[in-house]
Design a protein around this ligand. Structure first.
Ligand SMILES: Nc1ncnc2c1ncn2[C@@H]1O[C@H](COP(=O)(O)OP(=O)(O)OP(=O)(O)O)[C@@H](O)[C@H]1O
Ligand SMILES: [Mg+2]
Length: 382
């Protein structure tokens, strides 16, 4: 219990992240803001609750590349001061009025794992988790903020080398454990307050993305977030994140490969990537032949993750949801279907909100870019 108390004091309550509550459960009034500090762009979405609905008030994105003499679509490591500058710019450009910010923390700055915890009769499971977690987190427990969630699955394991006479079986609960280094939290807090916002909560980006991109799913789905620097892949089952992986290639690597192969600068390569994508026109063959092998690698990694999950849990994954700016690559959905041999679709996170009808097309087209920011704002309304 102690851990939860500490975490709760800090404004962390990861426990609510996985419940994917329907809009009708929203309680708070007023506008809320989702802030996604991605490696290539900062995205903000402001929502308001009205009659149990999430109303879209404003949204915006600014690419960070140009603040570091890099291109749009390129990841940039900015100083804290620069991040504050970009954030202030996007808040002003998007005419954001809410100060009440839910903020994403990059998966790469977090530690997320699923562990087996022995269930001991008469002993409080939270105490056992607290003790066991120390063995799994590669950092001193005093350096991290930690939270956990018991997954809806109990496994029985035989303790005497496979003999199953029933006497030596022990029960284990599956627990999703998350930890974030305190230094990372301090850094984010500073950035947010320097930009003039108040922090209402933090959340690891993958959880926000799942909230915005999935509905009440009856069978497991894979969600792939195509960011500029990496692809974050989650398996969602029983409405909960059951696995999380990072593939260390991102959408900017496609542009870099085009730039190197054709001897053009990054900006031109980025334009070519967006214009051509996985086109099947003969005049686009050269560009496609540069990016296809990289995407082939990404999807073979994704296939391994899916197969491992299916093997371990005995539940088949029949659908993948593609999100993140990189998922807007032309032809990516049919390519995913071909590579993974399952259904694929683009996420449509703005569909969780209400907005004027004339925005329909543009919000559908840009939705995947804002999935993390929308998921954060939806959390803020809960
Ligand atoms: N229409 C498009 N076609 C192809 N790629 C696109 C398109 N629009 C954006 N992208 C790519 O999407 C990437 C940005 O996506 P996103 O904003 O999700 O990344 P990020 O959140 O900044 O990165 P990360 O999640 O890795 O930190 C860029 O690399 C950009 O080139
Ligand atoms: Mg991102």
């Amino acid at each position: 219990m102690l851990l939860y108390a500490i975490v709760y004091d800090m404004g962390f309550s990861f426990k609510e992240l996985f419940s994917l509550k329907e809009l009708s459960f929203f309680k708070k009034k007023g506008s809320v803001l989702g802030v996604d500090i991605g490696s290539s762009g900062i995205k903000v979405v402001q929502l308001r609750k009205e009659k149990e609905r999430a109303i879209l008030e404003t949204y915006g994105e600014i690419a960070v590349g140009p603040y570091a003499n890099l291109g749009v679509g390129q990841s940039a490591k900015l100083s804290e001061e620069k991040v504050v500058e970009v954030l202030k710019d996007v808040l002003r450009e998007a005419n954001v009025k809410s100060k009440n910010a839910s903020v994403s923390i990059a998966l790469k700055s977090s530690f997320v794992t699923i562990i087996d915890i022995p269930v001991v009769n008469g002993k409080n499971i939270s105490e056992i988790i607290e003790l066991e977690a120390r063995r799994y987190i590669p950092l001193s427990v005093s350096e991290v903020k930690m939270d956990w969630w018991i997954l809806p699955e109990v496994v029985e394991r035989s303790m005497n080398n496979g003999s199953d006479d029933g006497n030596n079986k022990r029960k284990f609960a599956k627990v999703l454990l998350v930890a974030i280094h305190k230094d990372i939290i301090s850094k984010y807090k500073e950035i947010i307050s320097m930009a003039g916002l108040d922090i209402s909560s933090f959340e690891i980006e993958s959880f926000s993305m799942i909230r915005a991109s999935t509905k009440r799913e009856t069978s497991p789905v894979a969600v792939m977030d195509f960011g500029a620097s990496s692809i974050k892949m989650s398996i969602v089952d029983f409405g909960i994140m059951m696995a999380s992986h990072s593939i260390t290639k991102g959408s900017q690597d496609l542009s870099i490969a085009i730039s190197h192969s054709l001897g053009v600068d990054f900006n031109r390569a980025e334009e070519m990537k967006r214009e051509v994508g996985l086109s099947d026109l003969p005049e686009h063959k050269e560009i496609v032949s540069i990016i296809e092998p990289m995407l082939g690698y990404i999807f073979s990694e994704a296939e391994t993750i899916i197969k491992n999950y299916q093997k371990k849990r005995g539940r088949s994954i029949n659908r993948v949801i593609l999100t993140g700016g990189g998922s807007l690559l032309k032809g990516l959905v049919p390519f995913a279907v071909k590579q993974l041999a399952i259904e694929a679709e683009l996420s449509n996170p703005f569909s969780r909100t209400e907005y004027p009808a004339f925005l329909n097309e543009s919000l559908k087209e840009s939705g995947p870019i804002f999935s993390v920011a929308i998921g954060l704002a939806l959390r803020g309304l809960q």
